[in-house]
Write a protein that binds this ligand. Structure first.
Ligand SMILES: *Cc1c(COP(=O)(O)O)cnc(C)c1O
Length: 390
């Protein structure tokens, strides 16, 4: 058994990250400035998208994206119930109504057939927010086709996808706007941070202006030699800009994104190999479909509950007793008090999400894990199986 606790996730920070942040601190420019512009440029290049706007969270990016495509009061925005709080709340920020849909239990992603049904029942549908759970791409072709047919915008919640491919295309070049997260557990981190990516220059301009108080372009320059004291407020914007200190960390993390991804893939392969003998009691996560690439931000196993004398919560407790941290992604939105009380959702409304929620466990995966760490997780599962499988 492990003597040291293995967290479910941990950021990978090395001396190059620290040096980059320290150099920015010594440079004397701390808020949004040249490092942010450079981070945006490098990020856009990595994705292959024309525009990238750095902000202080993915939540902020999603909010700006919905605002930019014109979502407003009484509009409807359709998203998957299997997501984090952020995806649903940004719809409410604009006074719009979140319309939730069920998932494909195999992938945990939005089911396009349920999406089509939901659109039929909407009065003022405006946008769809697909969520690529764990870094496995949603089936974007039918989603984009439904959006085109119904005149809807597609804002992707890509908090888990750096880097993910769908049929050879990078997540970030498919929907109208794609939003990434640099929260501490995500595939690259700035501590807190996010990025909105788009090919549409009008949407990019709107998000840029709204990310900093709705002030006319390049407002941040007003305190530099190149700037001027004069500015104009064009709209009541938000305070969502990313500071240069964080962009510095983002730049050095982005340089290693492929190295991080290679390690995540190796860990996922080791789990597949080590856990496949338990496939009668545990369902392993599917890899990407043909032409795709999984980011392996999360490695989500599903307990075949009938084969166990414990439930998911007890399984996580048993892992914890063996010094291994696990998590659950996610508790479906429709099962939370706010969504039940405000929109009248019942837990049974989305049977696939509810049933799969009771079975899912995210086991540790992050680039800093050693092979011995991975093996200790596999050993713990074998041990728990020995004790608790029927
Ligand atoms: C982390 C996460 C977010 C929010 O990201 P922040 O950068 O913390 O705002 C949104 N959606 C999903 C699916 C996430 O996992």
């Amino acid at each position: 058994m492990r003597t040291e606790f293995l967290p479910f996730s941990s950021p990978t920070i090395d001396e190059s990250d620290i040096a980059e942040v320290v150099a920015t601190l010594r440079g004397g420019w701390l808020t949004s400035g040249p490092r942010v512009r450079e981070f945006e440029q490098r990020f856009a290049e990595r994705i292959g998208a024309p525009h990238a706007i750095a902000v202080n969270s993915c939540t902020a990016a999603l909010h700006l994206a919905l605002e930019a495509v014109g979502v407003g009061p009484d509009d409807e925005v359709i998203t998957s119930t299997m997501t984090f709080a952020a995806t649903g709340e940004v719809i409410r920020y604009l006074g719009a109504r979140p319309v939730l849909v069920d998932i494909d239990p195999a992938t945990l992603n939005m089911d396009p057939i349920q999406l089509e049904e939901a659109i039929k029942h909407c009065r003022r549908p405006r946008a769809i927010i697909p969520v690529h759970i764990g870094g496995l791409a949603c089936d974007m072709d039918p989603i984009m086709a439904l959006a085109a047919k119904n005149g809807l915008r597609v804002i992707e919640d890509a908090a888990h996808t750096l880097p993910t491919l769908y049929k050879g295309r990078m997540i970030g070049v498919i929907g109208d706007i794609t939003c990434f997260s640099f929260y501490s557990t995500k595939t690259i981190t700035t501590g807190e941070g996010g990025m909105a990516v788009t090919a549409d220059s009008a949407l990019a301009d709107r998000m840029r202006v709204m990310s900093l108080h709705g002030i006319s372009k390049d407002a941040w320059k007003r305190y530099t030699a190149a700037g001027s004291w004069y500015y104009e407020i064009l709209a009541p914007g938000f305070k969502y800009n990313m500071p240069d200190i964080l962009a510095a960390l983002g730049l050095s993390q982005l340089r290693r994104v492929d190295e991080f991804h290679a390690r995540r893939c190796a860990i996922a392969r080791r789990y597949h190999e080590g856990l496949k003998e338990h496939s009668d009691v545990i369902e392993l996560p599917p890899d990407a479909a043909a032409g795709g690439m999984h980011s392996w931000h999360l490695y989500i196993i599903k307990l075949n509950l009938g084969a166990w004398r414990l439930d998911r919560a007890m399984f996580i407790e048993e892992m914890k007793r063996r010094n291994i941290g696990c998590s659950v992604h996610f508790i479906p939105l429709h099962m939370h008090p706010y969504y039940r009380e405000t929109y009248g959702y019942a837990p049974t409304d989305f049977p696939h999400a509810k049933a799969v929620y009771e079975r899912i466990v995210s086991i540790p995966i992050f680039p800093g894990m050693s092979d011995a760490d991975v093996d200790s997780v596999i050993d713990a599962i074998r041990e728990i199986r020995g004790q608790f499988a029927v």
